[in-house]
Design a protein around this ligand. Structure first.
Ligand code: PMV
Length: 324
């Protein structure tokens, strides 16, 4: 029997090896594979209700009805689901985040993972985890990595069914933390969706892509062996490579702010002084500082002494998307 409404909750994820650029932008098939961990303390909770009386989908995001490009993106995503699975009913979507959105904290990842999962339930689709991951990818590439639990890899794949994420280590495998130094909590100027479309214009993108299998291997092995030194070097290299591509695109995109650079320098200093910490930045100015449990207090203390940080959000490794 089909339900009239369904609720799902998903965590955002932070990428250690980044996805940047698509080979198919409609299906969001990435130009390279990626690795991430889910963030337990942050979540999006989404309720969808079938709305036969409505003439289109309706979106209420953090208590506010959306009519512009946010609604359009959700409608396009739901249209793809309806087309694939021969469904017709429009949905009313109520979605809440417990963290700032569109600032490089991957809110679209948890948003589309939760929406895919809730929509699959309300439409009674009975999908496997890989199928759900592929479906979430259609809304936001990185959302496919928020479906499975813990530490996840997304293999680029060749088509829709081949391009999904899976967990290669459970969330309790390694007690890593993400301490996010929020220096900007306004929406970023260039969305990652448009950023991906510029990626190929950088003369550095092909080199970054060609070297990705090597970085994926080093990162995955470092996680499996819990080798923080190796993990730190590879995630900083990978973040810098992605930002180098962003800065050398046509048009160039510079997500870093002066404050981002100060924090990156501080993280390097911390490491030199024996504190295990490494930085990575998504498509935004905020700096994610990855560290093991035993150094996360020291990392927070050090960050608190820096100026220009509005908030420090901390999270251990999280599970996958669940239906509530
Ligand atoms: O899923 P999107 O389209 O928001 O792209 C995410 C891109 C990065 O966050 C910068 C990198 C990643 O792999 O998450």
């Amino acid at each position: 029997m089909e339900n009239n409404s369904a609720i799902a909750q998903a965590h955002p994820n932070i990428a250690f090896i980044k996805y940047w650029g698509n080979t198919d932008s409609t299906l969001r098939i990435p130009a390279n594979g990626s690795i991430s961990m889910n963030l337990a303390s942050l979540h999006t909770t989404t309720r969808v209700t079938k709305a036969p009386h409505l003439e289109n989908d309706q979106l209420i995001l953090n208590g506010e009805e959306k009519t512009g490009k946010e609604l359009k993106r959700v409608q396009l995503f739901l249209d793809q689901i309806r087309k694939r699975y021969h469904k017709v009913e429009y949905l009313k979507i109520k979605s809440e985040n417990n963290f700032p959105i569109s600032t490089g904290i991957a809110s679209s990842a948890s948003a589309f993972a939760a929406l895919a999962s809730a929509a699959a339930m309300v439409y009674n689709l009975k999908l496997s985890e890989p199928e759900l991951s592929s479906l979430a990818r259609l809304g936001s590439g990185s959302a496919c990595r928020s479906i499975p639990s813990g530490f996840c890899e997304w293999k680029a794949g060749q088509g829709h069914n081949e391009s999904y994420a899976f967990s290669f280590a459970p969330k309790d495998h390694w007690n890593l933390w993400d301490c996010i130094a929020v220096i900007e909590n306004k929406a970023k100027k260039v969305s990652s969706t448009s950023g991906h479309s510029f990626a190929q214009s950088s003369p550095l993108q092909n080199t970054r892509i060609a070297d990705t299998p090597r970085r994926l291997e080093i990162c995955k092995t470092a996680i499996i062996k819990k080798d923080f030194g190796k993990l730190a070097n590879i995630i900083e290299l990978d973040s810098n490579l992605m930002h180098a591509v962003m800065m050398t695109c046509d048009p160039p995109v510079m997500y870093w702010q002066p404050g981002s650079i100060s924090i990156m320098r501080k993280v390097r200093e911390m490491r030199q002084s024996g504190i295990n910490a490494a930085f990575t930045l998504d498509a935004g100015a905020n700096v994610h500082i990855i560290c093991p449990e035993d150094s996360h207090r020291k990392v927070i203390e050090t960050l608190k002494k820096l100026s220009g940080i509005q908030e420090i959000i901390t999270s251990p490794v999280g599970g996958g998307t669940k239906n509530l």
